[in-house]
Design a protein around this ligand. Structure first.
Ligand SMILES: Nc1ncnc2c1ncn2[C@@H]1O[C@H](COP(=O)(O)OP(=O)(O)OP(=O)(O)O)[C@@H](O)[C@H]1O
Length: 255
């Protein structure tokens, strides 16, 4: 079976800095895979390449049988890749519900005149969007916050809302950039369970950047390790835990 995502010698340089070099990964449909590495290793740059924020200096990205190189981020979202950000990016001045509803509009079918005149498919599609957005909020335990401004939510809830919003674009592949950052151990545990659950329920493939090793080792089937922009190792959590190069890269930290 062809992988859902496959990159080949993907590289990105900023002036003299080789942020990502020969990044070769594959993801099969339904897999939950980790991407780890010390600070500055190139993890977020890799996500930015996969989502069209940056154009690769060299290399290829195949997703679901199509090349993504040169496509704008919104096109890539439409093809089925959604992401969350290391620094949460919500629409602060919108309500929790509207943050999710906006994301559904990637798939809306009514035309602009229908929306302006509030006729045709507009009414029925808007009702459906609201219903689906409320369902998503309930999965993420945010139903009673739906009328709050996103900026008023505590940090852990903002992180969950960002994932809910990413799911609203109905992706095949979800890229999570440090979803547990700033969470306490209890919140991290709940998040781990939630990530495993949404993967099954929404039939997702997930690529996860995370510094919390217990989270990565606990839920990922395979892990890629980057260091100084290069792939240092790739394997199962057990293989990565006992890889001497990886242990060295983390300066003796428990992996
Ligand atoms: N837009 C940019 N312009 C110049 N250099 C950049 C840019 N984005 C990233 N870099 C550099 O590329 C390298 C990789 O950065 P990147 O943010 O991808 O690492 P990371 O693994 O995500 O790190 P962290 O774990 O700290 O988030 C770093 O040296 C960084 O300074």
């Amino acid at each position: 079976m062809e992988p859902l995502l496959k990159t080949s010698n993907l590289s990105k340089s900023f002036g003299g800095i080789k942020a990502v070099q020969d990044f070769n990964i594959y993801l099969h449909s339904g897999e939950l895979v980790g991407l780890i590495g010390p600070n500055g290793a190139g993890k977020t740059t890799a996500f930015n390449l996969l989502t069209g924020v940056y154009t690769p200096t060299t290399g290829t990205i195949e997703f679901d049988g199509k090349s993504l190189v040169g496509l704008k981020p919104y096109k890539i979202t439409k093809l089925g890749i959604a992401r969350t950000f290391q620094n949460i990016r919500l629409f602060d001045k919108l309500t929790v519900l509207d943050n999710v509803k906006i994301a559904y509009h990637y798939h809306i079918k009514y035309t602009l005149p229908e929306a302006i005149l509030r006729i045709g498919r507009y009414g029925s599609e808007e009702e459906l969007v609201e219903k689906k957005a409320i369902e998503l909020l309930s999965i993420f335990n945010l139903t009673d916050k739906k009328e709050e401004l996103a900026s008023n939510l505590p940090y852990g809830q903002q992180r969950r809302l960002e994932i809910a919003r990413a799911l609203a674009v109905q992706p095949k592949l979800l890229l999570l950039d440090e979803p547990a950052a700033g969470m306490n151990p209890q919140e991290t545990k709940e998040l781990m369970d939630m990530i495993s659950w949404i993967r099954k329920t929404f039939d997702l493939t997930i690529l996860l950047i995370e510094h919390d090793m217990s989270l990565v080792m606990g839920i990922c089937e395979r892990i890629y390790v980057l260091e100084f922009g290069k792939m240092l190792a790739h394997g199962t959590p057990d293989e990565i835990k006992s890889n001497t190069e990886v242990i060295k890269a983390y300066l003796g930290e428990e992996v």
